[in-house]
Design a binder for this molecule. Structure first.
Ligand code: BGC
Length: 437
């Protein structure tokens, strides 16, 4: 068994988002949402989160110790523009400090401009359902890139637009908790247009920037191999959640039911890399309910599962080969590929080392297949506020107690560090896990 080496200059990172780690965010729609009863598991609040606003540097030091050479974080729009049209230079300075702090430690920053949260003033005006959102976001994006562009040239416009749309407007789990399919279509459309405009805006300020999005992929697949209806329902979900977005950023066309096949020049070829977030694949079983898009999502009952969400359903099923599949699918776009998120909730860390290894082994297969994969960002470095799941799902390589703020690296953190040092999977690790990958 020989070791599996990754390409030279491969980015080994972790990913986080502002609201989940910063603490003290009081001007966004999630802050208000968290104050309402029963919106978050165990009525938890983000509170101080991981205290990054005051001291992200303690975790940056740890990242450096573990050998990471990249980290993905996001800018909190409500800090930078707390009131419409008023920009807070102190907040931008703090981001300069954080991004500069990563660079000083040899950690390349990748910066997302939108990761689920919105300023209260923006949400009050309808958020992404409002057509003005495109121009409002463009002004914010311009301000950020002008202020931070000398420290960063790797940008994600929007993280997981379809997860945001589905959780907010389709399922109605996230604020404002009012499901509405018409609003879902509008928010989807405006996020797409916003991405295109932001892509062009960033390039007009920074011609050599790498700009893209982080797109969640779940590879919906029919559950029963002989059921055409299951396959059909899975196809609808792949089309809506995955293909419409990808295709629009390739050819500039917004397809039905999000648009009438209209062409938008700013959207055409609007990504310099493909960013994919992959956690699990969903099996789909046909169901006549149109509100379920004619299919219910499920996992293989004989599969292996991560920790469960508050609904009792496991968060994910181990399906590492899905990562190889998605890389091969998006490789046809001819752009560099980055795994912008991958991970699992596993409080006691008894699965994470093996799941991590299994995904990296599949990523290596994808590279052997000819996919141009340039980096992997594990979700996440330190346990953080997991949206409506509160503090109950633990995704960190490093355990963090939100009450004491004490950090304890999990075994998987040491394994990741070893992988980074080797720039791949050592023979020793492969042998250790040989019959369990
Ligand atoms: C999101 C993160 C989230 C993670 C784990 C991704 O969909 O971008 O914000 O914490 O999944 O659920």
């Amino acid at each position: 068994m020989t070791s599996l080496k990754f390409p030279k200059s491969f980015l080994w990172g972790t990913a986080s988002s502002a609201h989940q780690v910063e603490g003290g965010n009081v001007n966004n729609n999630w802050r208000n949402f968290e104050q309402q009863p029963n919106t978050i598991w165990a009525n938890a609040r983000s509170g101080l989160a991981c205290d990054w606003w005051r001291n992200a540097e303690q975790d940056f030091d740890l990242m450096q110790q573990f050998g990471l050479n990249a980290h993905r974080l996001s800018i909190e729009w409500s800090r930078v523009e707390p009131r419409e049209g008023t920009f807070d230079t102190k907040a931008l300075d703090r981001y300069r400090e954080m991004i500069g702090g990563l660079r000083d430690r040899g950690i390349m920053p990748v910066v997302a401009l939108h990761h689920f949260t919105q300023p209260i003033w923006f949400a009050t005006r309808g958020g992404w359902t409002n057509a003005e959102s495109v121009a409002l976001f463009q002004r914010y994006a311009r301000t950020v890139v002008e202020a931070l562009g000398d420290l960063c040239n790797f940008w994600i416009t929007i993280n997981e637009p379809l997860v945001y749309v589905a959780q907010t407007w389709f399922r109605g789990i996230w604020p404002p908790r009012t499901p509405n399919p018409r609003q879902a279509v509008l928010a989807f459309r405006h996020q797409l247009l916003t991405h295109g405009v932001a892509y062009q805006t960033i390039h007009s300020i920074q011609p050599d920037a790498h700009v893209g999005y982080a797109k969640a992929v779940r590879l919906f697949k029919g559950q029963r191999p002989n059921s055409q209806l299951d396959r059909y329902a899975a196809g609808i979900k792949r089309y809506l959640f995955e293909h419409i977005w990808f295709m629009a950023t390739v050819d500039g066309r917004i397809r039905p039911p999000i648009g009438l096949n209209t062409y938008h020049h700013a959207l055409k070829d609007s990504f310099d890399f493909v960013g994919v977030n992959y956690y699990t694949r969903d099996l789909v079983r046909f169901h006549p309910d149109p509100r379920a898009l004619f299919g219910k999502e499920t996992f293989d009952p004989s599969g292996e599962f991560s920790d469960a969400t508050r609904s009792g359903r496991p968060y994910s099923e181990l399906c590492a080969e899905g990562l190889r599949q998605i890389c091969n699918e998006v490789n046809v776009f001819g752009k560099p590929i980055y795994v912008m998120e991958n991970g699992l909730p596993d409080q006691d860390d008894d699965q994470r080392p093996r799941w991590l290894l299994a995904h990296l082994q599949q990523l290596h297969h994808a590279i052997q297949d000819g996919c141009d994969v340039r980096g992997y960002f594990h979700w996440t470095f330190v346990d953080n506020f997991e949206w409506d799941q509160g503090w109950n799902l633990r995704f960190g390589l490093v355990e963090m107690d939100p009450k004491t703020q004490i950090r304890t690296p999990r075994p998987s953190a040491y394994m990741y560090s070893n992988l980074i040092k080797e720039n791949g999977i050592s023979q020793q690790l492969l042998e250790k896990y040989a019959d369990r990958l």
